[in-house]
Design a protein around this ligand. Sequence first.
Ligand code: NAD
Length: 380
Amino acid sequence: MNLPIQVGILNEASDSENRVAMVPEDAKKLLSRNVGILVQTGAGVRCGYSDLEYQSAGCNILRDRGEILSHANVIVMLGRPDPQDLDIIPPDSILVGQIFPLRFREIVDKLVQRRIRTYSLELLPRTTRAQSMDVLSSQSAVTGYRAAIVGAYHSPRLMPMLTTAAGTVKPANVLVIGAGVAGLMAVATAKRLGASVSAYDVRRAAGDDVRSLGAKFIEVGLNAEGAGGYARELTEEEKKKEKDMLESAIISSDVVITTAGVPGKKAPLVISADAVKKMKAGSIIVDAMADSGGNCELTQRGNIVNYNGVKIIGLVNPPSDAPINASQMFSRNVLSFLSIMIDKDGKLADPSGDDLLSACLVCTDGRLTYAPLLKEGDKK
Ligand code: NAD
């Protein structure tokens, strides 16, 4: 008789990570698929879930990380495994996480070498069927909210207009650069705080989204929409145009929130040191893309740089700063993904038989399968 699949939930290794990949409520739902769940002690404690809650849901709690890595057949995590983890996970196990294979090639090579079948959730297509598994959207929504709140907190100004006996306070001017999922959430949050909000994106289609939230869209005469509705990298000429057209909006803003990204690439530089030099003292830049290199030339990941009175805040892993809700949403995405990966009887699906599974498969059976990394030599 085949033993049931064991799903492993880890205490995430990084210091900047407060989230957990699966919350007890979803673990309980997953258990109905005839699987077992092993949870590392303290996995949910930084986002409000005790070991007891996992235990009550039906999970087994294990103290030793190595024991989970070596006994679970399916390991679910928020990010990437540690190099030491990779030496312990047995061949032919399955890993579900966010690998960002173009940025972390050495981890991919090790996963291939160790024959670990790896699904990277950020590679899921943005299709209707994949919507409930879309970790990029769920976590970016948290990022946008956090970026707006951090901007409001650090700004020496109030966000809303106030009419008082002591005079009228003008609303703060907030500019959001990059109006994808995170940017639109930042726009909506800054609007709710009462700021006067404008936003810019290289995709012209983002203009309708921005305007539908009651904010102003800044047109610079570009439309850099590439494959799959994502932005493409700008040409040198387009970058110059963007810089020239955007500068006056940047220097007249009290708070600038940047969320501009191009899939698989370093974050584009949209605010030069020169533009920061022209900003008023007391202005704030919240760079939500610091983890991907930053949108501002002066950003330092994890630091607040004070440049002539302008604060540039380089956010680190922003979803981890609202770990309760970020974990709930990530967990729901994972549950939805696992329900196509594991059938109702607890049997694993073949990745080649499902378009979503094959879209986010990075490697399997000791073979690299992620197309952008497949060089001629890798193709068999
Ligand atoms: P992202 O995180 O890759 O990038 C954030 C934003 O930065 C994007 O809007 C991008 O256009 C913008 N950007 C890139 N370079 C820029 C530059 N130089 N200056 C200013 N802005 C720049 O994007 P995302 O939030 O993941 O969304 C990307 C696309 O996916 C959007 O079209 C979005 O509507 C779409 N989407 C679809 C679904 C769905 O379910 N169908 C879900 C989520 C997102």
